[in-house]
Design a protein around this ligand. Sequence first.
Ligand SMILES: Cc1ncc(COP(=O)(O)O)c(C=O)c1O
Length: 390
Amino acid sequence: MIGSVALLEQFEAPARLRALGGAYLASNTMGIIPASAIDAELECLRLQARHGIEVWDNGAWMGVLERYAAVIARYLEVSPTQVCPVTNITDGLWRVFGCLEYRGDRRTILQTAMEFTTQEYAAFGFERFGAEVVIVPSDPAHHTVPTDRLLDAIRHHRPVVVNLSHAAFESGYLHDVQAVAAACREVDSVFCLDAAQTGFVLPIHLQQTGADVVLLQQHKWGCGGTGAACVVAHPRFLERYEPALVGWMSHAETFAFERGRARFGQSAWRLLGGTPDVPAKARAAAAAGLIVDTLGIDRVFEHNQALVGALLEGLTEKGLRPIALPRRAGFVAIECGSADRARALEHGLRARHLVIDSRGSRLRVGPTFYNDRGDIERLVAALGELNRSV
Ligand SMILES: Cc1ncc(COP(=O)(O)O)c(C=O)c1O
């Protein structure tokens, strides 16, 4: 564990499960919301109850949105004006896809066979607007997508947009994003990086990734719960593209209530649409502040990787099969042979108060700052036993 006792006490499930001899190791799929973030959301709601419409005029709501954008900006090393709050990644993806045109010989949305379902569904949803979806196959074991194969496909198809998960949700494979960004620049494709699986556990700097847009959510490692997502866009994207999904808050001067077509400013708020979920952003800003400012994302990542290393070693000693990868994100996927077996192991672990999750034939284990080596040791010991009986 890293962080002070007072900070760690804010996270209920990890401490409760540890006291029962178990562990919470599923932050790759749902992080635990700290008490201070819940308080921040309640305070935001109370202000609305107390002041009604004045929360706009007295700066309470704008203050929340500014704090949220500021902490995300510190994380990705961008200006807060590059951050647009949205509800979830799917929502952000549609806003980005909706900025683009799919016509003539430039119609392709290119992604890989290892994207999350939402990315596939959203891309196919754009067929009605003229898009053609190209899916680059994974390796036969479905662990990675070889970088050369991906780069060749980008150069060949010259897509309108490359829509890529930073880390593959089933295996934890981390893409070489800088190589992808370079190929996108060669053929003038927008590079949209979905950081659902890596946000708030890996250091991610927009400029370094080379992406035009990064999509973040805090449901997982970000410990911010639902409704806490954003689109972070490079100025070159904002200068060039205008959104199709437009609402009153996309306007350059929202409170002027001008009629007719929306007039856009240079900030990412052109993507905003309607009234954002302000209380959720109050919660998200508080949780992000703990990770980005109080703990520090580099320290969070270092701790995560130390636990991932201990986990890989322990699993291998017990004869389990963690998926070997050339580059790994913050979680470990373990091949169980079949989906039924993976579910049976997951349930066996739950009965011992050890919480992890499964996808298909794989178990996934995602440790973060509120975990320690003891959590990993208890998981490995239990898995070693269950592996013999299930
Ligand atoms: C890579 C990836 N993108 C998107 C999502 C879904 O995001 P949201 O529910 O915020 O739309 C997930 C998973 O839960 C994911 O793993």
